[in-house]
Ligand binder design. Structure first.
Ligand SMILES: [Zn+2]
Length: 389
């Protein structure tokens, strides 16, 4: 590697970082000044991190923004309720090293700078020349949202945070990239919330896939409660209910693998019977949500049957939980979601929930299967028994 003398993309990344290092995150109200928005969001499109034909593509965030625009859910339409945070900095390397090994942090930057485009696994998790900077910008957005929620919370005005970030992060393990994920954004956010004095952090992951990376990063850490609902048997095959953490962290990992076909009723029952009492027992100071939209019935990569309104109900309950347990401090970070209609409608209904609007998803959806109620009951009983909930 040292023999390479041509200017590499790493150099450009460094220049960009140096250039923006003095730039503070700024909150830019779209229409008029507003000190108390209900929702603050960041959009990090990552247009350079793209691969033709890949489901985790650069069209995802623009599709969401288009739907938010259509639903009049952006600050231009709702200056009193919604605010976009712009000018977000890249995450510092120390944030990456707080959740991943030093070798991975250094190796990822080198790889993107010298070998891209390259695939890092068979998923495939791909790297382009801009991937390192894009991933660090996504993690930087997570940090900026935590800061914004913390700062406003001190004044008694606590908005929800929502990061429309990519690439996603919850499969990235302590040692490396995996499953379209490069940097554990939710893990970075959790560590940053702790740095800001909120020692007990709960991460709730409603992506259809098990967030094995987040699971592993905090496996033996009693200060972070990781709770995941996911489709049993889907990628990467981890997240059995018997995985409850290890060593000092035993009990602070709650895995709820839902049988294929589970939908609105299953996940909301799981939320009420397991997630809420588990959270109440843990008493978090901050809640981070790994917000994946691939459990939507339209999604091509998995087999749960959430509808857009399911996300509205989940987000409403999560905000209520945050209000009840930690003065409303909650930040959502985008993970998966690969059908652009299901993804964008799911996020839009999440935004509606967080600003207090009703869901626009109603009526029957032809073809949705009946939920496997007996199997759901069995797994929920098993989860509750193992965690003594
Ligand atoms: Zn997923």
């Amino acid at each position: 590697m040292s023999a390479l003398v041509r200017p590499s993309p790493i150099a450009s990344v460094c220049v960009v970082r140096k250039h923006i290092s003095h730039v503070r995150s700024t909150t830019v109200p779209s229409a008029s000044s507003n000190d108390a928005p209900k929702l603050i969001f960041v959009s990090s499109v990552a247009s350079g991190h793209d691969l033709e034909g890949h489901p985790e593509c650069a069209a995802r965030v623009p599709a969401i923004l288009k739907e938010l625009e259509k639903g009049q859910l952006l600050g231009t339409h709702r200056p009193q309720d919604v605010m976009e945070l712009t000018g977000v900095e890249l995450a510092p390397k120390s944030a990456l090293e707080g959740v991943h090994t030093k070798n991975y942090a250094t190796g990822l930057e080198l790889l993107c700078g010298t070998r891209a485009p390259v695939n890092l696994d068979t998923a495939p998790t791909y790297c382009t020349t801009s991937t390192y900077a894009d991933a660090m910008r996504g993690a930087g957005a997570a940090i900026a949202l935590v800061d914004e929620v913390c700062d406003r919370s001190k004044k008694g005005l606590t908005p929800s945070g929502f990061g429309l970030v990519r690439p996603p992060g919850h499969h990235a393990t302590p040692r490396g990239a995996m499953g379209f994920c490069l940097v554990g954004n939710a893990a970075v956010a959790a560590r940053h919330a702790q740095k800001r004095g909120h020692e007990r952090v709960m991460i709730f992951d409603y992506d259809v896939h098990h967030g094995n990376g987040t699971n592993d990063i905090f496996h033996s850490d009693l200060s972070v409660l990781f709770v995941s609902t996911h489709e049993d048997g889907s990628y990467p095959g981890t997240g059995k209910f018997t995985d409850v953490g290890s060593d000092e962290g035993i009990g602070a990992t709650i895995n709820i693998p839902l049988p294929p076909g589970s939908g609105d009723k299953a996940v909301l029952t799981a939320f009420e019977e397991v997630v809420m009492p588990g959270a109440a027992r843990f008493k978090p100071d901050f809640i981070i949500v790994s917000a994946g939209y691939d459990a939507h019935w339209r999604d091509p990569l998995a087999g749960l049957t959430f509808r857009s309104g399911t996300y509205h109900r989940l987000c409403t309950k999560l905000k209520e939980l945050a209000n009840e347990l930690c003065e409303g401090r909650i930040v959502f970070l985008l993970e998966g979601g690969y059908d652009l209609i299901g993804l964008s409608e799911g996020v839009a209904d999440s935004f509606r929930a967080l600003v207090g609007d009703d869901s626009t998803d109603f009526g029957d959806i032809p073809g949705l299967r009946d939920e496997p109620e007996e199997k759901v009951r069995k797994i929920l009983n098993e989860v509750k028994a193992v965690h003594q909930i």
